[in-house]
Every structure is written in structure tokens, then in C-alpha cells.
Design a protein around this ligand. Sequence first.
Ligand code: SF4
Length: 366
Amino acid sequence: MWRLIRPDARSVWEFDEVKKIFYNYRAILKGKKLARYLIFKKIPVNIDLKNSSSENLWKIHQKIFSKIVRGNYLEEFSNKNNISDQKYSYLDLKIELLRRIMLNCHLCERNCNVNRINNEKGYCRIGKFGRVYSAHLHFGEEAPLIPSGTIFFTGCTFSCVFCQNYDISTNPQEGSLIDPKKLAAYANSLARDEKAKNINYVSPLAHTYGIVSSMKYQNVNVAQLWNSNHYCSLDTMKIISDLFDIWLPDFKYGNDDCALRLSNAKNYWKIITRNHKIIYESKGEIIIRHLVMPNHLECCTKPILEWISKNIPNVLVNIMAQYHPEHLVRRYPNKFKDINRTPTNTEVQDAKKFADELGIHWRAVS
Ligand code: SF4
């Protein structure tokens, strides 16, 4: 029998797969481990960041990254003091590399090549720093994450015709302009005053530079959560894949045609499977979100679930049933006839049955 009621924030920890997959996150919640960004401030980088070549910076980054992913390198630094303001840390190195990525922006796979440090704008229409629509505790996320300290950014690197938040995603000029200090103030307050279990950056990709820069001013031991369409460039993945404590990436489409038609995203399958593998291989703690869309079970849901079971089996998958026609689907119902309704119960149950056959962990979070 399927569980009809979602587990709550307490009972979800009774699931063995949640305890196993969220091992480090749970330790952070209990105060037994530090969030990664706090440890990264303690790892010294003995180099002049501003005057070194990008090649050299990437080389040093790769060296530290490998040590982190391979072994117990983080433990070595957990109890050390933060390094002095006069010296650079691994977090500073990441910020500098992101600044250089922004000089010819390729944070995402649209590769616009605009100088966002000079406020030039590409496809996402976001300048050096973006805007925050809201920052508040959210109780509607997956059970292990509740209450989640969500920070919603405006604008997006995708153009989903069915976007369920299109008022926010299509208006990058909405909300309050933020800089790293302001963003850190939101995060510190959510974690310290409101007791958020994590800081959940919603639609973060075009804001990666501002988010990682804000970690310099954040000081609470709280897990950092990446909640994204996951259309990150390879360079962005290199920077973030050892940094975030929890991952909440979308996996929307099982093929490139659907992705191009419905989100205007090219090469979706190759990019998204690559990025999922990178975080998995970096020992990321992951909940993948898959929104079941009507008439897309065979072309999207099933290939996605099959790929997950074969390639990254130790993740949680939220099989989401809440799709409803929105945005351009409502405006052009004939053009998007296939997705102009909610999914039927049969479609959602078929998706879950298929996931069960593949041994996918979905019950604790769907
Ligand atoms: S974040 Fe992506 S869409 Fe925005 S300017 Fe950079 S490459 Fe272009």
C-alpha cells in the first residue's frame, strides 16, 4: 500500500533511506557537524587571488576539491579557527572564480558571454546582483527540509511555458535589489531568529556569484540548499558541487525536444544528466524533483526514473503531482494542448508504480 499522507518533519527521520542519504545534513541539524561553507572559510589558499591567472586559480581549486571529495579533508579543518582577514580562504577562491565567470557570463549553459560585473545583461536579464522577491520560513517543502528558510530570487535562466511561479520568474525587476551583505542578513536572520533548518535558495543559478559571496558574511551553522533547474555550466558545477550541503534539483524532461519546446532549453538531457552525476559523485545529499506532466509519462517521467535508478540510485525523488496549466499554457491552450490539464490519478500512480519497480526512494518525500 502506498502511504497516502506525507510523513511530517519528525516522522520522516524514521525512514532508513532518509537517515542514510541525509547523513551530514542530520549531523548539521544536531550541531555535530559544520555546514560546508563555514569549513571552507578555514581552508587557507596561499596565493594572491587578484593577480593570479585563472588557469592557476582553477588548478588550486581542483587540488583542494579533490582532497575534499576523496577523503576526510573537511574534518581536518572543522575545529580550526577561521583564517585571518588578511589571508585568503577556499571560499574566497570560489568567489574570485565566480567573479571571473561573470566577466563573460557562463554561469548557465546559455553562455551569454556578457560582462555582468559591469551590469550587462544576457538571457536572464539580471545584472551583477539580482533581486529577492521574498525571504521567509516555508512549510511546504519536502518533510526533511521543514521549516525551510526560503529565499526566492526573481528572474530565471529557463522560460517554461507552464511556469507555476511565472509572476516571479519572468520579472527580474521585481523585488528588492540585494548585495552579498543584505543577502547574508536575510540568511542569518532566517537561521538564527526563525530557526530555519536550511537556507533554501530558490532559482539561484543566475545569482550564484551573489549567493556564494554572501557566505562570507553568513555566520550561522545552517545547511545551504541549492534549489534549481540545474542548467548550470560545467565551470559553475565545479565551484558549487562541493559547497552546498543539500541539493534540490529539478529533473523535468526525458528528452531534448520536450525541453526545447516547453522551456526553450537546448541540450537538456546531456547537461542535466551530467550535472546530476557531478553532485552525486561529489557525495551530495540530494532530493530530485520531478513534476509529473500530463501526457509526458512515456517521453519524460519514465526515462528520467530509469536513468536515476541506473546512475544515481542513492537519492530521494519527489514525484510531484501538483502540475496545473499556468502562464503561456493558459494563454495558448491549443498550442500546448498536451499539457493543458492536470495529470490524472492514473498517470501519477503509474509514475509511482514505475518508480517502485525500479527501487527508487520516493515515499518519504512525495
Ligand atoms: S546566468 Fe545564464 S542566462 Fe544569465 S547572463 Fe549568465 S549565461 Fe546568460
